[in-house]
Design a protein around this ligand. Structure first.
Ligand code: SAM
Length: 283
């Protein structure tokens, strides 16, 4: 008889967020595979759990997973945990879960905290469709081209960011997105200094730039999808022609800024028309 693999979510800050079932399962299994064994030991001690631990992180999971699967095939039950939140969500676990499935091992989720879902649940933005981008590219130029690519996204989207890069990421975003674009920065969720800021991009960035505390801790950023309620047809033919010409020569942000100057038309309308032109490949 094969054992079972449990994928167990752990708290993202507040230890009380550990589920009863997660504690029960960790008490039952033969072995716990953990991203950082020292880190998880503190959590286990808190709940009086004393089990053998094996380290499984991004640098060893490709080869260590086979040994763990062999143990499960020998009848042992195993729990996979990461440092915080749900394994596999910007965390290790894929090689183990994939291999276990390939061997016909039962893989069962023990759900719980996830920073992404916690942030989405309080953002006040539509969630019937959303996308998750994980961590953004680290260099400014790669980040800016990523943001260019996301401009046209009409559904809510989210990314994880560290304290070292939150300011630079939002500054890069402002070079591409309109200052008024709605975003939510969720910082230190479930912890003592939990802060959820829901405002226009430029205003949120100003808070991050001026308040040192807003650059500390862990962050999830949720971004509103592009509004699609106004149409390109709301512009006159001449305004469309000017915008289309400008889009051939400059970035969307510059083209829109120049079009506002030239035509006197509303920026929001021009932005949406520019995105529609890009989508239709006419810019
Ligand atoms: N697997 C985890 C989950 O389920 O949320 C995410 C792991 S990922 C390596 C760590 C990132 O998640 C952090 O850099 C931060 O962006 C986000 N994060 C984790 N805990 C958070 C918290 N309490 N508040 C805000 N963001 C958090």
């Amino acid at each position: 008889m094969y054992g079972k693999l449990y994928v167990v979510a752990t708290p993202i800050g507040n230890l009380a967020d550990f589920s009863f079932r997660a504690v029960e399962i960790l008490k039952q299994v033969d072995l716990i595979a953990a991203e950082d064994t020292r880190h998880v030991r503190m959590l286990l001690q808190h709940y009086g759990i004393n089990k053998p631990l094996q380290s499984l992180h991004q640098h060893n999971e490709d080869h260590a997973s086979q040994g763990l699967v062999d143990k499960i095939r020998d009848g042992q039950s195993l729990a996979l945990v990461s440092d915080a939140g749900t394994p596999m969500i910007s965390d290790p676990g894929l090689p183990l879960v994939k291999l276990a499935r390939q061997h016909g091992i039962e893989v069962s989720p023990i759900p719980g905290a996830c920073a992404l879902i916690a942030a989405l649940s309080v953002a006040g933005l539509p969630t019937s469709r959303f996308s998750f981008e994980g961590f953004l590219p680290r260099t400014g130029s790669a980040r800016r081209s990523f943001f260019e690519h996301k401009l046209a996204d009409s559904s809510t989207w989210a990314f994880y960011e560290s304290s070292h890069r939150i300011q630079a990421a939002l500054e890069d975003m402002l070079t591409v997105f309109p200052a008024e674009h709605q975003i939510v920065v969720a910082r230190e969720i479930t912890k003592l200094h939990e802060t959820i800021v829901n405002d226009q991009l430029a205003k949120v960035l100003e808070k991050v730039q001026t308040d040192e505390n807003m650059r500390k801790g862990e962050f999830v950023v949720i971004v509103a999808g592009r509004e699609i309620d106004t149409k390109e047809d709301d512009l006159s033919e001449e305004q469309q022609r000017i915008l289309s010409l400008l889009l051939k020569e400059c970035s969307i942000k510059t083209a829109v800024a120049l079009a506002v100057e030239i035509t006197g038309q509303r920026k929001k309308l021009l932005y949406q028309a520019a995105l529609a032109m890009q989508d239709a490949g006419r810019a």
